[in-house]
Design a protein around this ligand. Structure first.
Ligand code: 2DT
Ligand code: MG
Length: 211
């Protein structure tokens, strides 16, 4: 079982293009883990509930204009303002299933042409994920899935650039799952990855993101 002994919770991040299925899979994974008696919460970034998050949300809805570097730093600040509560949740044994994290931060800003190292720098020192699951869906395929909403970035040419940058960020904590497989198949793979991760990191200390 996914278990919940005495150790810390796991930081599990889902990443992928818009319409790759992240939000649905996060919800499914969360209810599975809860059903297994595992303490878990679903989080997402941007967290639009804070005042920084509201600025980001207005920007994404094209209701405001912001300089590219400025909005990049707001996205990072939106993670920093949640760092302390993330840490205390994890240390108290709650697993966090997080829809987007620093990898979205870098991939989307780099797709605008910002320098990658510059993009990574403000997130150094955030909590490092124990597992990053990348839902791999071709930009063309993602755009067919009920189309995009009206938010900034939801355009196929831009999503292609984002996909290239995601690719260059992959490291040993990443597991790539084929997001074009049937929803139940993807769900099954995520259950196994998350369950293993939760068991393995119970006794491991939290570490900071260094890229
Ligand atoms: P959602 O559709 O998932 O709410 O995301 N984004 C996200 C960034 O550009 N930088 C970030 O740091 C994060 C977390 C991805 C809204 C959009 O915000 C983008 C899509
Ligand atoms: Mg979106």
């Amino acid at each position: 079982s996914a278990g919940s002994k005495s150790g810390r919770g796991a930081l599990v991040v889902l990443e992928g293009l818009d319409r790759s299925g992240k939000s649905s899979q996060c919800a499914r994974l969360l209810s599975y883990l809860e059903g297994q008696g595992c303490r878990a919460e679903g989080w997402r970034f941007p967290d639009r509930g804070t005042s920084v998050g509201q600025m980001i949300s207005a920007y994404l809805a094209n209701e405001s204009q912001l300089d590219d570097r400025t909005v990049h730093l707001l996205f990072s600040a939106n993670r920093w303002e949640k760092r302390a509560s993330m840490e205390s949740k994890l240390l108290s044994g709650t697993t966090l299933i997080v829809d987007r994290y620093s990898y979205s931060g870098v991939a989307f800003s780099a797709a605008k042409g910002l320098d990658i190292e510059w993009c990574k720098a403000p997130d150094v020192g955030l909590i490092a994920p124990d597992l990053v699951i990348y839902l791999d869906v071709k930009p063309e395929k993602a755009s067919e899935r009920g189309g995009y909403g009206g938010e900034r970035y939801e355009k196929i040419e831009f999503q292609k650039k984002v996909a290239d940058h995601y690719h260059s960020l992959r490291d040993s904590t990443w597991k790539v799952v084929d997001g074009s497989l049937p929803m139940e198949t993807v769900e099954e793979q995520l259950r196994e990855l998350a369950t293993n991760c939760i068991q393995e990191c119970q006794e491991k200390p939290l570490t900071n993101l260094t890229w």
